[in-house]
Design a protein around this ligand. Structure first.
Ligand code: PRX
Length: 658
């Protein structure tokens, strides 16, 4: 039985059939990473080959310069598996939330026809290459069809997570100036129908949206404005199932996905056509060891990058069926996810540590009857996986037979950049592993010097960078420069993650070093939450910190300075409503505290670090009984620089009361 700190290697059986089993791939790639990526790119179908593989004008860079392709050609008619081979194979398996409803299974051919019909429909609505299209859809087949239809005609999709609020949708539509929004009447979540159209109606206010295309999913009543609303089935019904692909330049914009940074406003991460396609295809193929008979279930919604790359594009580029699910993995019973794995004979299961910890908490008894014989490989993503969750996943789900790939990456990187490869290993609980071949990383201290073994520092990426790395922040070059290319100069990409490296060269991710919280794997910004809370007219000031959470990894805690007349409970309720309206229910805080004052420096900066220390210490598990849960001033650091040190005493009392 594998224990904490042990190294684990793939079984002989796994190794025998794996795409990659020899460590020499790392050496080859290391020798000439540009050539390495070029060789991979050569396996795709291009309309025109590139003139130059890599061009670097810091902080900007290009891959496969002047190459031309379309990702949908590589998924469909020119798939590297051969169109005749895959056209009658399953492309997507969709499991609806209500158990009485039948799954929808589409072959590559059927998916292709639906994509073309919508692509023609979008053209009829006036969508042209380079136009932005908003997609605000739940996890139903149409969400993948929409993304692919945009890709077919060169439109830039911006998928907005369906659990985001109408306000979150609105700011994304405003920033992208999308003229078309694709949405649905509603969808099922934990047995309820969520009226998505209503949120879409709100979200398009004060935007450039001219037409709203609506999928009929849940059959709920929706309000209808003939001037801009159109039913999906009515639009596509009349269209041809053939559509010529738009020929895209490698560096043409492909999609924009918004993500949270340190400040209040979400950033539109821009990915381009060529590099993203190469990286999506080969990271999927090698990291999930995708083969003809595999079925990949990546549990991420396509509102997040994990879903975009590994629920949608990567499996399809590899000619493999992708399974996706409308509902929550523990609805209507805690073993729903296990049932789905067995029902569809999933071979590759990719999820977040939060889900693993939740399954673990429900108890092993819940899954006792499942043998998971179809499973061959497990994956983890989105937040650090602790040893105990890793070991549980390995034993109870993977039955000590399936390797676990703990994959590190970001919205910005487009695809996975660090993980041990499943046929090579080694795997070590809580360590992500080695950089993917052709990827150069380093862990640097504040001065820019490489850290020693087991010394914590900042994880950075070095040139030539992976081809799928972002090319910019939409309409905000200054932010691009400041966020990624200023800490260590214009040639080193700063990830905002802390990490350590062990004696085997394996990397462990410690967590974000900026003001981003990873709650249940979802990326939230404390600044964005603070902006939402400050919206309340009677709140003079607030601070949001992320604190450790047993299941969700991290969770936000809000401190409020309130000067109004309402009761504490009323204020808390209103704050929650504001967060729901501004961001969505996924961002709800774990605790809200009303305080007299917040610790500040003399220049007025709120000391979130002190709040975090106070809170983390007071709620830390496993404290020795005789120790006070209140941190000492020494632990809090130098308080003499504070303008109001007395605020710390009040906070100690309030938090201590918990
Ligand atoms: O902090 C790292 C964490 O998730 C951040 C990126 O979040 P997002 O852009 O939403 O993309 C999530 C999925 C790719 C990173 O900066 N993170 C991602 N994967 C891991 C991780 N932390 C630890 N271990 C991982 N495997």
């Amino acid at each position: 039985m594998i224990k904490r700190g042990d190294l684990y290697f793939p079984t002989k059986d796994f190794k025998k059939k794996a795409w990659l089993k020899d460590k020499k791939i790392y050496r080859e790639a290391q020798k000439d990473p540009i050539k390495f990526w070029e060789n991979l790119a050569n396996e795709l179908s291009w309309r025109k080959k590139w003139k130059k593989v890599f061009e670097h004008k810091p902080p900007y860079f290009k891959w496969f310069v002047a190459g031309k392709l379309n990702i949908t050609e590589n998924i469909f008619e020119k798939n590297s598996q051969g169109w005749e081979e895959i056209k009658n194979k399953t492309a997507i398996i969709w499991e609806p939330e209500p158990e009485k409803e039948k799954p929808i299974i589409l072959t590559y051919q059927e998916l292709f026809q639906r994509v073309n019909k919508l692509a023609n429909g979008l053209k009829k609505l006036g969508v042209k290459k380079g136009d932005r299209v908003g997609i605000y859809l739940p996890m139903i087949p149409e969400v993948i069809i929409s993304m692919l239809a945009c890709a077919r005609i060169g439109a830039v999709h911006t998928v907005v997570f369906s659990a985001f609020s109408s306000h979150a949708l609105q700011i994304r539509l405003q920033d992208t100036e999308a003229k078309i929004l694709i949405t649905a009447d509603g969808y099922y979540r934990r047995g309820q129908i969520i009226n998505l159209k209503q949120a879409a109606d709100e979200g398009i206010k004060e935007t450039n949206v001219e037409k709203v295309l609506v999928v009929k999913r849940a059959g709920n009543q929706v309000s209808w404005d003939k001037n801009h609303d159109l039913w999906w089935h009515e639009l596509v019904g009349k269209e041809s199932d053939q559509c010529q692909p738009e020929i895209m330049d490698s560096e043409d914009p492909f999609f924009i996905l918004y993500t949270s940074g340190s400040t209040g406003k979400p950033k539109g991460i821009l990915h381009t056509c060529g590099g993203y396609t190469v990286q999506a295809k080969f990271t999927g193929k090698w990291i999930f060891d995708l083969k003809e008979d595999d079925i990949l279930w990546c549990t991420s919604d396509v509102g997040w990058i994990t879903g975009i790359t590994y629920t949608a594009y990567s499996p399809l580029l590899n000619g493999v069926p992708t399974l996706f699910f409308e509902g929550a993995p523990d609805w209507p019973a805690p073993d729903r996810w296990a049932k789905i794995i067995e029902k569809h004979k999933v071979t590759t299961f990719y999820t977040a540590p939060t889900a693993i910890r939740m399954f673990e908490k429900y108890g092993t008894k819940v899954i006792e009857k499942y043998k998971f014989e179809s499973l061959q490989l497990l994956g983890s993503v989105g937040e650090p996986i602790d040893e105990s969750a890793w070991l549980w996943y390995f034993k109870e789900v993977g039955k000590e037979r399936c390797p676990i790939v703990d994959t590190w990456w970001q919205t910005e990187t487009g695809g996975i950049l660090i993980t041990s490869l499943p046929g090579i290993g080694p795997f070590k609980p809580a360590f992500t592993g080695l950089p993917f071949p052709g990827v150069k990383v380093e862990i640097l201290n504040e001065k820019g010097k490489p850290c020693k073994e087991n010394e914590a520092g900042n994880l950075v990426l070095l040139p030539p960078f992976a081809p799928g790395l972002l090319r910019g922040i939409y309409k905000n070059p200054q932010k691009y420069l400041e966020t990624y290319w200023s800490q260590y100069g214009k040639k080193i990409y700063f990830t905002s993650d802390g990490a350590i490296i062990d004696k085997n060269g394996l990397i462990r991710i410690i967590g974000r070093v900026d003001d981003v919280i990873k709650m249940a794997g979802h990326r939230l910004s404390t600044g964005e939450l603070e902006a939402a809370v400050n919206f309340h007219p009677d709140i003079t000031e607030c601070a949001v910190i992320g604190i450790p959470d047993e299941i969700k990894g991290e969770a936000p805690v809000v401190f409020i300075v309130y000067k109004g007349q309402k009761s504490v409970d009323e204020v808390k309720k209103e704050v929650i409503e504001h967060i729901k309206e501004e961001i969505g229910p996924i961002a709800l805080p774990k605790e809200i505290y009303l305080v007299e004052d917040l610790p500040k420096t003399r220049s007025g900066k709120i000391m979130r670090r002190i709040l975090k220390k106070l809170f983390t210490r007071a709620t830390a598990k496993g404290e020795e009984e005789d120790k006070s849960s209140s941190p000492t001033d020494q632990e809090l650091g130098d308080l003499s620089t504070l303008a109001n040190p007395e605020s710390v005493d009040e906070l100690k009392k309030i938090i201590g009361k918990k």
